[in-house]
Design a protein around this ligand. Structure first.
Ligand code: ATP
Ligand code: MG
Length: 170
């Protein structure tokens, strides 16, 4: 199955921690197209798990996203984007530059996210936080069109995610 998006899109991945956002982004998009909140955290604090760096990391993320959109470049935001405020900022940036906001939602079951989180070498997030993210992501799916996303692709299990062949840019 292919994903069809406009050539100039702001692709916002939405998913709990360990849902597989970074893995999917790397499979479908060029490295330089992906702006990740973890990479931004690392750039401002030397530690991609440093939650104290969140504010500065997102300032950097928004700056880089805005710069790319102003320059007419498709951009992918790799962050949880589980909260409506986080997405609103991104939709506003897309609108400012007449770029299409597109959402790719990894609405995977809590069991999978929690299992993967447990097995990760790079990061282990408390179960309650993952559970909270999963609830937010489930809720998000319903209102994304109203929030301004022009296209919404939602996946509810790993099989659906693995069936994504490629992104077709029209
Ligand atoms: P975070 O929000 O913490 O950055 P994430 O959504 O980016 O998490 P990933 O880092 O992509 O999640 O994946 C989390 C774990 O799940 C990794 O160990 C990865 O190998 C595994 N994983 C991701 N996608 C798949 C997949 N399609 N099949 C099997 N394992 C996967
Ligand atoms: Mg990631």
């Amino acid at each position: 199955m292919d994903i069809k998006i406009p050539k100039l899109s702001l692709v916002v991945l939405i998913g709990a921690s360990s849902a597989g956002k970074s893995t999917l982004a790397r499979r479908l998009f060029k490295d330089t197209e992906i702006i990740s909140s973890d990479a931004c955290r690392a750039m401002v604090s030397d530690d991609e798990n440093n939650m104290d760096a969140t504010k500065d990391a997102f300032e950097l993320l928004h700056f880089m996203v805005e710069t790319r959109l102003r320059r007419g470049l498709l951009t992918v935001v790799d962050a949880t984007s589980a909260r409506i405020e986080d997405r609103a900022k991104l939709v506003a940036l897309a609108k400012k530059y007449y770029v299409m906001p597109v959402a790719i939602v990894l609405n995977l079951p809590l069991k999978i996210c929690a299992e993967r989180n447990r097995e990760r070498a790079d990061r282990n997030i408390p179960f309650e936080i993952i559970a909270n993210f999963v609830t937010l992501v489930k809720r998000a799916g319903r209102n994304l069109k109203e929030e301004g996303f022009k296209r919404v692709f939602e996946y509810r299990n790993q099989e659906q995610v693995d069936n994504i062949q490629r992104v077709f840019r029209e």
